[in-house]
Design a protein around this ligand. Structure first.
Ligand SMILES: NC(=O)c1ccc[n+]([C@@H]2O[C@H](COP(=O)([O-])OP(=O)(O)OC[C@H]3O[C@@H](n4cnc5c(N)ncnc54)[C@H](O)[C@@H]3O)[C@@H](O)[C@H]2O)c1
Ligand SMILES: [Zn+2]
Length: 367
């Protein structure tokens, strides 16, 4: 078991990376929270791990109720939030009662939002079970839900008190969901440091094979990078947290252009990282070698480098509406070298269009 800490003064919290759930009950008790607890999950994860985790909580003395909803992004909406508020009330939670999320980023985001708002804030514990949630969504305090008008439009910054990562839960993850998380891992390789990127290049076969020893090392490194960024820019006000969006400007636009029915988030981010590297190379910010090594690693892990069937008009419309576009100026997080990315404003349309042609194929193919 290894542990690291997200340093946020009085709101600092540990991320425990382990190969099981034993110890979770004790760690919860150490938080000094009340005994009534609500375990929040989705139907798929509950079938896999719900009983086991609920038993651990009960054995640790927590009077545990369970609330679960259908798996998938479609549940990340306010009606589910309302159902969870009702579950909190039925479970007679009080201000110090912990809400524990068990699942992927969807469960963490909704459960986190409920914890942030019910009784103006319950102690929150994340038990992330997808690679994406373990290296990204469970850390940093962003919670929220989607509206019909757009993704993540309602939310709150709300830090958990504890994050418990059991790497063995990744064994049951579908290969598509697992690969999706690998895209974020590769992202940390680019924004983190060249040593970590080289490590991923060297060990990608074990990574793809979900070697648990390697996974623990990789997850720890990713969590440390994210924790470091979050500690320095908790509310995304200092321009530092934006580096986590490497690959996400184009990635989000792809997801939205496909109505969230096409590429997974990680697949879209993989394509977005290739687009950003090509743009960086074109603008002479980074070398050809960086772009080639990044594309190679993406390909070796089974992620896409180029996009198919993304409607160009919708893609552009979503790019223009992206939060990272201010005053009509295109802004991208672009690589300079491994371990160094920068937010570049005022990217010329010509450079960007050329990259779109390369990554999204000819106009005829995509419209
Ligand atoms: N808060 C943040 O900072 C942040 C960061 C990144 C992403 N997110 C959000 O995270 C969400 C995506 O998260 P995700 O990719 O984890 O998706 P998800 O939560 O939908 O999980 C993907 C699928 O895997 C299943 N699953 C989860 N754990 C499993 C396991 N161990 N074994 C088998 N199946 C399992 C789920 O039931 C689901 O069907 C998006 O809504 C995104 O906006 C939030
Ligand atoms: Zn992401």
């Amino acid at each position: 078991m290894t542990q690291l800490e997200v340093q946020l003064g009085a709101r600092s919290y540990p991320i425990v990376i382990s190969r099981g759930f034993p110890g979770l009950g004790r760690a919860l008790r150490r938080l000094g929270v009340a005994q009534r607890a609500l375990l929040v999950s989705d139907h798929r994860v509950v079938r896999l791990y719900g009983r086991q985790v609920a038993a651990i909580l009960r054995a640790a003395g927590f009077h545990t109720e369970l609330a679960a909803f259908p798996a998938g992004e479609g549940s990340k909406r306010l009606t589910i939030v309302q159902q969870l508020y009702a579950a909190c009330a039925r479970a007679r939670l009080e201000r110090r009662s912990p809400l524990i999320t068990l699942g992927g980023g969807v469960v963490g985001d909704i459960g986190g939002f409920v914890a942030a708002t019910y009784l103006r804030g319950l102690p929150l514990v994340h038990v992330p079970t997808t690679l994406l949630a373990q290296v990204d969504a469970a850390i940093g305090g962003k919670t929220g839900v989607d509206l019909p008008e757009g993704k993540n439009l309602v939310g709150a910054f709300y830090q958990p008190r504890l994050v418990w990562v059991n790497v063995r839960t990744l064994e049951t993850l579908s290969s598509r969901a697992y690969r999706s998380g690998l895209a974020e891992v590769i992202k940390y390789g680019v924004i983190g440091d060249s040593g970590f990127f080289q490590f991923l290049e060297r060990h990608y076969p074990q990574l793809v094979a979900r070697n648990p020893v390697l996974l623990r090392t990789v997850i720890r490194r990713c969590c440390a990078i994210k924790a470091g960024v979050v500690s320095r820019d908790e509310h995304e006000t200092r321009g530092l947290r934006e580096i986590l969006n490497f690959g996400h400007t184009v990635g989000h636009a792809i997801e939205a252009a496909q109505g969230y029915q096409g590429y997974t988030h990680g697949e879209a981010v993989a394509i977005g990282m290739c687009a950003a590297a090509r743009l960086g190379e074109r603008l002479k910010l980074c070398s050809l070698s960086l772009r080639e090594r990044l594309e190679r690693l993406i390909e070796l892990t089974g992620l896409p480098r180029m996009a198919h069937a993304v409607p160009r008009r919708q893609l552009l419309a979503h790019l223009i509406h992206d939060k990272k576009i201010q005053g009509g100026v295109l802004r991208f997080v672009l690589p300079r070298r491994f371990g160094k990315v920068s937010l570049i404003e005022g990217v010329h349309h010509a450079a960007f269009s050329a990259v779109l042609e390369e990554v999204f194929g000819s106009r005829r193919n995509v419209e």
